[in-house]
Design a protein. Structure first.
Ligand SMILES: Cc1cc2nc3c(=O)[nH]c(=O)nc-3n(C[C@H](O)[C@H](O)[C@H](O)COP(=O)(O)OP(=O)(O)OC[C@H]3O[C@@H](n4cnc5c(N)ncnc54)[C@H](O)[C@@H]3O)c2cc1C
Length: 454
């Protein structure tokens, strides 16, 4: 058994962990990131849009590291920027999932983060108000890790749950969670024809970074035209099935429509069942689209490497983001960033997507307290599992909020470590000043505290 020691331990290398790791290491913290899979990026590697940087009124509120990643992706041809869309959101940010993985792997290395792949945390030891050490399984067996500050970026809140932090699951007493889905990647498609056949409204159009004619990069719609064939073949249990498309290429497209209901992504047996069912669903959907839908005739379909869990545990932190906080676009003194994607709930009983817009000026703040468990001081919980109600989680679970939370968590953990302290007792004003310096947008109320922001 090997023993590891660091200032900041980031557990999980999805979008949240990637941002947390880069931010912590840039602050000078000795940063270790543990990730079970042989790649970072989590759900972003499946090629989804980074929702969302721009409010429904067309104002960008997400900047900082989240914007830097998009800029870097544009430079390598893996993104096309923030593209106007006249649907449930005013702009979309499509990226190539593999480029996201390549770029963030490189950014972590450049920042000096030590990433251990194949590493799953299985146990934590606590003492008083602290996480004293963690045990993780990796090549060679079980290993020990001590860190001054720990960031739970596992999506599922595994570390918090192991430490006994209270949490809730799903939509209330029945604990029904949003469905688990697997994205399908198609090669050799005609995206213009697909957009014309399936798009509900005009697709978001953008030119690739190297130039050329605009191509459809995002659209959503439904399979209503094929209801009869779908029901006859038993492809989906419901008619008028929703579907979401995105791409940054003229001849490739990602399709988000598969789903399994009533499974808990924190249960290994249920998650494995989801993987088997979704892999089979992807094959059936791929075959159906090829046979029925213009634009897919010559396509080649690859299921994403991982099933995507939309919802599992959300911790009960020092503050729980409420339905009203999100729906009224509330602002908080201890904000660590503004975010703006609408509440996006794929109904637990049907998988059909329901959106609720953010009120006020179209953006809400994420209070630092939502990332802090009440009973621990050196644990920060960021990303999908942050403290939020079922409805509020519908707005925080998307990737721009996760990047914002990750950057704040990494910055806080590193600042606290540098002072020999704990993130849970860090002065939030100092954290905000550091975030502002790094071009994080905290809202108009903070304009007087920064000269650098646009
Ligand atoms: C089907 C689907 C479609 C979606 N569409 C969009 C979209 O279009 N746009 C958008 O912005 N968002 C979308 N989302 C939401 C978004 O992708 C996720 O909520 C977000 O990526 C979560 O990021 P995360 O870093 O918190 O978690 P994850 O990406 O889940 O990362 C968590 C990481 O922690 C690791 N981990 C887990 N447990 C442990 C452990 N015990 N020890 C060590 N490591 C561990 C995992 O391997 C994983 O890499 C979608 C989600 C799904 C499921």
């Amino acid at each position: 058994m090997a023993e590891f020691d660091c200032d900041v331990a980031v557990i999980g290398g999805g979008v949240t962990g990637v941002a947390a790791g880069i931010a912590a290491a840039r602050q000078g913290a000795r940063t270790l990131l543990l990730e079970p899979r042989p790649f970072v990026g989590g759900n972003a590697t499946t090629g989804l849009c980074l929702h969302n940087y721009v409010t429904r009124y067309g104002r960008q509120v997400v900047f900082g590291l989240a914007q830097e990643i998009v800029d870097e992706l544009i430079a390598m041809g893996g993104a096309v920027g923030h593209v106007p869309y006249e649907g449930f959101t005013s702009a979309v940010t499509p990226v190539d999932g593999n480029y996201f993985r390549i770029k963030t792997t490189e950014m972590l290395a450049r920042a000096g983060v030590q990433v251990l792949y194949g590493a799953t945390v299985v146990d934590v030891q606590t003492r008083g108000r602290g996480i004293e050490s963690l045990r993780f399984a990796a090549k060679g067996g079980l290993h020990a890790l001590r860190a001054r500050n720990v960031i739970d970026a596992t999506g599922d809140g595994d570390i918090a749950a192991m430490a006994g932090v209270p949490f809730r699951k799903g939509d209330g007493p029945r604990e029904r969670m949003q469905p688990i889905s697997m994205i399908l990647h198609f090669h050799n498609v005609d995206t213009r024809r697909i957009a014309a056949e399936l798009g509900e409204i005009a697709p978001a159009m953008a030119s690739r970074p190297e130039g050329g004619e605009p191509i459809p990069v995002y659209f959503n719609g439904s399979f209503s035209k094929w209801n009869d064939a779908i029901m006859a073949e038993g492809l989906f249990p419901n008619r008028d099935r929703h579907v979401f498309f995105n791409t940054v290429w003229p001849d490739q497209i990602n399709v988000n429509t598969s789903a399994v209901l009533d499974l808990d992504g924190t249960d290994p047996v249920q998650l494995s069942r989801a993987t088997v069912e979704l892999t089979a669903q992807c094959a059936r959907i791929g075959d159906f689209l090829k046979r029925h839908v213009p634009g897919f005739e010559h396509s080649y379909c690859i299921p994403a490497a991982i099933p995507g869990v939309r919802e599992s545990r959300n911790i009960n932190g020092r503050y729980q983001l409420s339905d009203e906080d999100v729906l009224e676009g509330r602002k908080f003194e201890d904000t660590i960033g503004q975010v703006c994607f609408p509440v996006d709930i794929h109904a637990p009983e049907s998988s059909q997507a329901i959106f609720h817009q953010i009120g006020g000026d179209g953006a809400f703040d994420i209070p630092y307290r939502t990332m802090l468990p009440a009973d621990y001081d050196n644990l920060v919980v960021a990303g999908r599992c942050v403290s939020a109600t079922h409805v509020a989680h519908g707005a925080t679970r998307n990737m721009a909020p996760c990047l914002v939370m990750g950057e704040a968590a990494g910055t806080a953990a590193a600042m606290a470590s540098a002072a020999g302290g704990q993130a849970g007792t860090l002065a939030v004003q100092a954290l905000q000043d550091e975030l502002l310096k790094n071009r994080v947008y905290l809202g108009e109320a903070f304009a007087h505290r920064t000269e650098t922001h646009v």
